[in-house]
Design a protein around this ligand. Structure first.
Ligand code: GTA
Length: 313
């Protein structure tokens, strides 16, 4: 979602997300053509995506950072025939016996690129998308209380976008399912990362908490899975329903992705299947206070530094 240009923020403000705004009323398209490319943060041949750090120059010449993610979109079965019929050029690359490869040039309406913009972007956003080495951490409950909790309380990404969804100030027309219960209510919306036919949804409960302290067992999931099955034809048995630990955004939320989609963040050091979390808590409500949790942190992440200073890595 594009937002209106704002003056560049100070680094200290950026870090704690204090300068976040609701951005819900922004109507101006992002000035993509005016973006000055500062550097490529990351490129992924597998995901066919490139993560860019750009700068938008204001009238006074001051620059405002932006992250722009460009991703090729997956093929849509129903449009393949159109693509074959309407291509503008087919350029032979090589031919050998019965084998040949070509460059196919589709018409513009069949060659869209999913473009995600974070603007204005904070230093923390730039770090998040920058390719870096990662380290594994084993966090005990003591570590959580003494290191992680004070850290996330002092600085984390703004979650204004979550409140915008819950309060229907943004993405209201995209809501898939909602439960208005004031206690256990939630909203189910397409995730930011949704790219064509790869089902990728986000369940946002009104109540805010996190895996180390939360009560995800109270989440009313069945009706969400039913809604997904009805709307997208993906049955519950083909849905990966999980939480991230650590998440980027500290408002308890559940990821729903199609099993066939190798979603970023679904690896074992990050994703915790909700059904397993619920079972663990049913077995012992103190489960997550008794065991250590493993997660990966990027080499220059401040939280990693805090663990290093405490002699925990
Ligand atoms: N509907 O405004 C929003 C919005 N925002 C700001 C974030 N999300 C949003 N959804 C809607 N509207 O799945 C979504 C995100 C994410 C979820 C938050 O909320 O798409 P999380 O708190 O567990 O954070 O989940 P997470 O998983 O770290 O965030 P994210 O952005 O998915 O990053 C995970 C890793 O994947 C990062 O290292 C990032 O570099 C990488 N990544 C991000 N996008 C892509 C991509 N398109 N392709 C490949 N890798 C990616």
């Amino acid at each position: 979602m594009a937002e209106a240009p704002r003056p560049k923020r100070k680094r200290e403000e950026e870090e704690d997300g204090a300068a976040a705004h609701d951005g819900a009323a922004a109507t101006e398209p992002f000035p993509l053509a005016e973006l000055r490319l500062r550097r490529v943060l990351r490129e992924s041949a597998r995901d066919k995506a490139v993560f860019l750090h750009g700068e938008v120059r204001g009238g006074g010449g001051e620059g405002t950072d932006a992250v722009v993610i460009l991703e090729k979109t997956p093929f849509q079965e129903e449009k393949v025939l159109e693509l074959l019929k309407k291509h503008t050029k087919l350029e032979l690359q090589m031919r050998n016996d019965i084998y040949s490869t070509y460059h196919l040039y589709p018409p513009p309406e069949l060659s869209e690129i999913k473009t995600t913009v974070v603007y204005p972007a904070t230093e923390k956003h730039l770090q998040k998308y920058l390719r870096q080495e990662v380290r594994l951490i084993r966090e005990t409950w003591e570590d959580y209380k003494n290191i992680t909790l004070p850290f996330i309380q002092s600085q984390s990404f703004s979650i204004q976008w979550v409140y915008n969804i819950l309060e229907k100030k943004a993405e209201a027309d995209r809501i898939i399912h909602e439960n208005p219960d004031p206690c256990n209510g939630f909203v189910l919306v397409p995730d930011f990362k949704w790219n064509q036919n790869q089902v990728c949804l986000l369940l946002l409960p009104w109540k805010r908490s996190c895996l180390s302290e939360g009560n995800p067992e109270e989440m009313p999931l069945n009706d969400s899975s039913e809604a997904v099955a009805k709307r997208f034809g993906v049955p519950g048995s083909q849905l990966r329903v999980y939480l991230h630990y650590q998440p980027s955004y500290y408002h308890l939320h559940v990821h729903f992705t199609a099993l066939g989609y190798d979603a970023p963040g679904s690896s074992v050091e990050r994703a915790h299947l909700l059904a397993d979390v619920i079972d663990n808590l049913a077995m012992d409500s103190m489960y997550y206070q008794k065991r250590a949790l493993t997660f990966a942190l990027r080499a220059d992440e401040l939280l990693l530094k805090k663990f290093q200073e405490a002699g925990r890595v």
